[in-house]
Design a protein around this ligand. Structure first.
Ligand SMILES: CC(=O)N[C@H]1[C@@H](OP(=O)(O)OP(=O)(O)OC[C@H]2O[C@@H](n3ccc(=O)[nH]c3=O)[C@H](O)[C@@H]2O)O[C@H](CO)[C@@H](O)[C@@H]1O
Length: 367
């Protein structure tokens, strides 16, 4: 077949749906420099900041609410869904899309519906177990489903026959030489080169429990000689950190250059969002995972295989206290040998070619 000329990518809500979409868009552009890439998003999601900043065309389609569980009546009845699908269809027609690739988030549903009506190939990329509601609806319209992780094939009936491609990750992360970037990253954040750095990030929206627990442990960490680089997260309230600490504790609201954070870090404390896990493992970053407790165990499932492989630790949200941090994180952050072993184990689980593998799958769909 000839080069791909026009593709619609749908996905939105939080970073977990948007960053893989952007990484995939970059892969499309690398292979097909003339390609037209159109992204579909919702009026209020984080895509409105992230996608234009990355230089891609974002079209907003009217919002509607998806129920938390799958309900096919939704596709038959409400006007709002049809309005959204109609808007998605007009965009698909206008750009003469050859394929629709969806990454989840409720905005994907009208895109799937409109593509199905036009008999266009649809490819779904799913990173969670259980799969998100939007993608489960999409699976009514296509069998071309790609997943990010091996455990998804075993743990979700709906994903049993999916293709394992990995997660498209930004090349700034997958091609990063961490040791080479480290001095620049430390300088950028005002961190010292002689002391370990704990990198704290609760995912794209931030995590209140993690933020408060680490901030409350600030003095103990500092007196143990551990520096902290703490990303508050896009949707979280500020928190207080004492300002007379003997070593740096740097708080940033959000990192658009996440690779700088990874480059500065010796150890990460994070949630278990799928893209975060894909990134820490691709980088061989030792991590302590604190899964978000209110989402069907999906984050625990993401982190467990890495932890079982020796690439990190798992702690319940309710157990993450300043005392736990003192007992577990302080000795670990100072133990270079153990960190190196954990990093090697994490890297053994990680993959860096999710963008290329998904592209191959999409090309099969359009051929
Ligand atoms: C609470 C919840 O339901 N979270 C879900 C959400 O997480 P969330 O949206 O937090 O997504 P992930 O943790 O999977 O990924 C976060 C992404 O944001 C990036 N980042 C984060 C902070 C920052 O300052 N800068 C930055 O670039 C990370 O590098 C990563 O690429 O989507 C994931 C993927 O569907 C799911 O697995 C998670 O369960």
């Amino acid at each position: 077949m000839g080069p791909l000329r026009s593709v619609v990518l749908a996905g939105g809500g939080t970073g977990g749906h948007i960053y893989p979409l952007l990484a995939f868009a970059d892969a499309l552009r690398r292979h097909f420099p003339q390609i037209r890439i159109t992204t579909l998003g919702s009026p209020k999601g984080m895509e409105n900041q992230l996608i234009p900043a990355a230089g891609y065309d974002l079209r907003s389609i009217p919002a509607f609410q998806l129920p938390r569980s799958l309900n096919l009546d939704l596709l038959r009845t409400p006007d709002r869904m049809y309005r959204s699908a109609h808007a998605a269809g007009e965009i698909i027609d206008e750009v003469e899309a050859e394929v629709v690739v969806g990454f989840g988030g409720y905005v994907s549903v009208p895109a799937y519906l409109a593509a199905w009506r036009r008999e266009l190939p649809i490819v779904i990329h799913e990173v969670n177990v259980p799969p998100g509601v939007a993608n489960r609806m999409g699976m009514k319209f296509t069998k071309r489903v790609a997943v990010g992780f091996p455990h998804q094939l075993e743990q979700a009936e709906a994903l049993r026959n999916a293709r394992l491609v990995g997660v498209p990750l930004r090349t700034g992360i997958t091609h990063m030489d961490r040791p080479a970037l480290r001095p620049q990253a430390l300088y950028h954040f005002g961190l010292r080169p002689d002391l370990p750095v704990l990198f704290v990030s609760g995912g794209s929206s931030g995590a209140r429990t993690i933020n408060l627990a680490v901030a409350a442990a600030a003095k103990r960490l500092a007196h143990a000689g551990i520096q902290v680089l703490h990303v508050q997260g896009g949707r979280n309230d500020p928190f207080e950190v004492p300002n007379d600490l003997p070593v740096p504790y740097v708080v940033v609201p959000y990192l658009s250059d996440m690779q700088l954070g990874y480059a500065a870090a010796d150890l990460m404390l994070c949630r278990g969002g799928a893209i975060t896990v894909a990134e820490t493992t691709a980088l061989g970053m030792p991590a302590i995972y604190v899964p978000y407790p209110f989402s069907n165990q999906e984050q625990r499932r993401n982190a467990l295989p890495v932890v079982e492989a020796g690439g990190g630790l798992l702690v319940d949200n309710s157990e993450l206290t300043p005392d736990w941090i003192e007992r577990n994180i302080i000795p670990l952050a100072r133990d270079r040998q153990r960190l190196a072993q954990m990093g090697t184990a994490a890297a053994g689980y990680g993959r860096r070619d999710g963008d290329e593998q998904l592209l191959r799958f999409v090309l099969e769909a359009v051929s």
